[in-house]
Ligand binder design. Structure first.
Ligand code: FE2
Ligand code: FE2
Length: 130
């Protein structure tokens, strides 16, 4: 997955987090010395995603974004799927990697362009959540 200008939401703090997610997904396609390294990269990326959702939701809440609940629901459904994937990965390991990369790349491309873009114009520049 590559970063695209169309992913920009105009909130530096959130754009940085989105870029870190894209980097994390790209990182999964690199060579890992061992299974342990791969497992750590996957778990760090999943944690990054969970943290990002929390921060994004705080910002939307503070801003009184009217579609916040719908947005949170989309995050929450995705996290259910992520939990299942995480469990499977714990059992199967590296064989599941292509599935994880495809799933995350597709989901985040769609989410950045179709869902996160909806708050972009409204929220604009904003302070970091505490
Ligand atoms: Fe989002
Ligand atoms: Fe986001």
């Amino acid at each position: 997955m590559d970063w695209k200008p169309e992913y920009n939401v105009g909130v530096d703090y959130l754009d940085e987090q989105h870029k870190a997610i894209v980097e994390g997904i790209r990182h999964l396609s690199t060579e890992f010395e061992n299974e342990q390294g791969l497992r750590q990269a996957v778990s760090e990326l999943f944690e990054l995603i969970r943290t990002h959702f929390r921060h994004e939701e705080i910002i939307l809440l503070r801003h009184g974004y009217r579609d916040r609940e719908k947005h949170e629901e989309i995050h929450s459904k995705f996290l259910d799927g992520l939990g299942i994937l995480e469990q499977k990965f714990a059992e199967v390991g590296s064989d599941l990697l292509p599935t994880i990369i495809d799933f995350l790349s597709q989901w985040f491309h769609d989410h950045f362009t179709q869902v996160d873009q909806k708050y972009a114009e409204i929220v604009g520049k904003f302070a970091r959540p505490a």
